[in-house]
Design a binder for this molecule. Structure first.
Ligand SMILES: NC(=O)c1ccc[n+]([C@@H]2O[C@H](COP(=O)([O-])OP(=O)(O)OC[C@H]3O[C@@H](n4cnc5c(N)ncnc54)[C@H](O)[C@@H]3O)[C@@H](O)[C@H]2O)c1
Length: 331
């Protein structure tokens, strides 16, 4: 059995494709399991012998038949119904995947004794947080959407059942992602703002003074890679980490002001009272201290790389893409 292999659930998603490419570059064997739930188009290099894509729904119990045949080294669970609007639109599917199937999968992994198990959760779990402080891992959770509620429930379940195994378990509460990926999502704030401002010269900003932390997709890949590959790290067997950088806490107007440096003369329409009331700043010092992340990609770098693609004419018409480059409709 090799120590250089991962099973990636949700490996063909926005963050998943970046994670799989990162591990492939590091010469890991990658088994990506994804049912391509949005009919997103895939960019798969079939010539890479280290890569195996298995199109499968992990809510189907038969998944364990072929998981049994793979290396039980590292399991990374990114697969999920992701985001407030889509989970609101499909509550039953969300509960089936984010709760029932995820719990079954994690129990299986513990029983099989995977060396490392990483479950990806979200900073949305903090919901609305005290304006004057930064949420830490042990701060009170205040999930507002079905999406965040399912993540909180699984975190709690996992903390209860971990005692049963020996695997190292990491729960990562990701900040809001931005940046380029093989599977783009323009339903995420920074990506959406840059695209709309560039193409329409106009942007509607809902609840402009609400705060959130942001993190580039490739930094998430690096964070996961460090956790999988570092040995003898001083930490307990099961740990929760906020994943991102404290430097990247911003409110939406601050993001707009950053974009202004690169795109001139656009109209801003401010709106209040959107359905999404999330407002939180997050402290990421724990992951920095334990895993020593030094360089985290700035928002400016993310804005510039998306603009570069837009200027080449990419991502212009969302209707040209089956998934509309976002989590809008489940097939
Ligand atoms: N994007 C963000 O800003 C963000 C922020 C915090 C946390 N996260 C977490 O990161 C993870 C990845 O998010 P993302 O932005 O890449 O979302 P995404 O929707 O692009 O990716 C999720 C992937 O999971 C797959 N999937 C869903 N149900 C499945 C099933 N039953 N069987 C197999 N595959 C299935 C989808 O096809 C998709 O490829 C999620 O767990 C999400 O909660 C994301």
């Amino acid at each position: 059995m090799t120590r250089r292999s991962i099973i990636l659930i949700g490996g063909e998603g926005y963050i998943g494709t970046v994670v799989r490419n990162f591990f492939l570059k590091k010469k890991f064997k990658v088994n990506s399991i994804d049912n391509v739930i949005y009919k997103q188009s895939l960019k798969i290099d079939k010539s890479n012998k280290n890569f195996k894509f298995i199109k499968y729904d992990f809510a189907n119990k038969k998944i364990f038949n072929f998981l049994d045949k793979l290396d039980h080294e590292n399991l990374i669970v990114l697969g999920s119904i992701v985001g407030d609007p889509i989970t609101k639109k499909y509550p039953d599917i969300t509960k089936k995947i984010n709760l029932e199937a995820t719990e079954r999968l994690l129990k299986y992994a513990l029983k099989k004794g995977f060396r490392k198990i990483i479950f990806v959760s979200t900073c949305s779990n903090y919901g609305i947080f005290d304006k004057n402080s930064l949420a830490k891992e042990n701060s009170r959770l205040n999930p507002k959407s079905l999406y965040a509620k399912t993540k909180v429930k699984i975190e709690k379940k996992l903390l209860k059942i971990v005692k049963k195994g020996n695997s190292e378990i990491t729960i990562l509460r990701f900040a809001t992602a931005f940046g380029l990926s093989d599977r783009m999502r323009f339903d995420l704030t920074i990506n959406q703002f840059v695209r709309e401002i560039y193409l329409n010269k106009k942007i509607e900003v809902y609840d402009p003074y609400t705060w959130r932390p942001y993190c580039h997709v490739k930094d998430f890949a690096n964070i996961i890679f460090q956790i999988v590959s570092k040995e003898n790290v001083k930490r307990s067997r099961c740990e929760i980490f906020n994943a991102g950088s404290s430097k990247n806490n911003f409110n939406k107007m601050m993001l707009i002001n950053k974009i202004k440096k690169y795109i001139k003369n656009f109209k801003i329409v401010l709106q209040n009272d959107s359905a999404d009331q999330r407002d939180y700043k997050v402290n990421f010092s724990k992951i920095k201290k334990i895993y020593g992340f030094k360089k985290i990609t700035s928002i400016d770098e993310g804005i510039k790389e998306i603009l570069k693609e837009l200027k080449k004419g990419k991502f212009k018409k969302l209707s040209n893409y089956k998934d509309r480059l976002g989590n809008y409709r489940i097939y």
